[in-house]
Design a protein around this ligand. Structure first.
Ligand code: NDP
Length: 275
């Protein structure tokens, strides 16, 4: 099994560049899917309170032969739980469902600018981090102006910003901003829920290299430095999606994929979602 490369977050914590996403996996199928992912070599799992499968993720961790230290668990605070006290309560509820002593990464799921609570929520996240309840804190779906506000009001830089990112939405400006400020970029819907897999540029690279389109796109993520968290419930795809560490895309292939950017979203826009 080839080793998964890691990124070092801005507080020194190491996070695998490829993880397993469990959005839209029903609770009664999640433990099995995560167990398949662990046996295929994944060590990092991305869930959220809103996915309603944290208990099953916790069960997969508890029933695995891996040690807790080998596993990296991310969960997220749902929009209705923003605010200082609410966030602390929601964290405890997630930890109870996950049945973990500590979390690896806690994210604010969406900024919901209309509620104007994300900055106060970040203060709660900073205290959870200071108390050692989670090894790292970050955000999801934050735009530059939302990140800037966290820096200005708290001086605590998120370790990670998890955003929609794939060849049709390559987020170049946001990625540069992250680099400048020491924030790791994590890509959700890394294969655009399948929408990029029949793109002729991708299929032609795949054909030339004898790889699948999903492997080409996930390898692109690794080479541009993002953390990718593909989801699948199918064991064969779970294996396919991690089998990307024994080949490389050329500079020419990388720039051909960069040329596919077209501001295409599979999900909602962060400025308005949750309003
Ligand atoms: P993905 O880009 O990971 O695509 C998942 C879809 O592609 C599923 O329908 C899956 O089907 C299919 N698929 C997976 N592998 C392959 C393959 N090798 N070939 C062909 N089809 C494949 O989309 P997601 O939206 O699930 O995003 C991944 C993760 O990102 C989520 O699970 C979640 O953890 C996170 N996320 C975070 C969000 C946020 O707001 N922070 C929002 C959305 C997602 P099948 O299961 O049948 O194989």
């Amino acid at each position: 099994m080839a080793e998964i490369p890691h990124v070092t977050l801005n507080n020194g914590v190491r996070m695998a560049q490829l993880g397993f996403g469990v959005f839209q996996i029903p609770e009664n199928r999640t433990e099995e899917a995560v167990a398949h992912a662990f046996s295929a070599g994944y060590r990092s799992v991305d869930t959220a309170a809103a996915y309603r499968n944290e208990r099953a993720v916790g069960a997969a961790v508890a029933n695995s032969t891996l040690s807790r230290e080998e596993i990296f668990i991310t969960t997220k605070l749902w929009n209705g739980d923003q605010g200082y006290d609410n966030a602390l309560r929601a964290f405890d509820a997630s930890m109870e469902r996950l049945a973990l002593d500590y979390l690896d990464l806690y994210l604010i799921h969406w900024p919901v600018p209309a509620k104007n609570l994300y900055s106060e929520t970040w203060r709660a996240f900073s205290s959870l981090y200071a108390a050692g309840r989670t090894r790292a804190i970050g955000v999801s779906n934050f735009e530059i102006e939302h990140l800037q506000r966290l820096f200005d009001e708290h001086g605590v830089v998120p370790a990670v910003n998890q955003v929609e990112l794939h060849p049709y939405l390559s987020q170049t400006e946001l990625r540069h901003f992250h680099e400048e400020h020491g924030i790791a970029t994590e890509a959700w819907s890394p294969i655009a829920q399948g929408a990029v897999l029949s793109d002729p540029t991708i299929t032609s690279i795949a054909g030339r290299l004898g790889r699948t389109p999903a492997q080409i796109v996930l390898r692109w993520h690794i080479q541009i430095g993002t953390i990718a968290i593909p989801k699948s419930v199918r064991p064969s795809r779970i294996v396919e999606n991690i089998d990307i560490f024994d080949f490389e895309l050329s500079e020419q292939d990388l720039s051909a994929i960069a040329g596919l950017d077209r501001a295409h979203r599979t999900g909602p826009h962060p400025d308005i979602f949750g309003s």
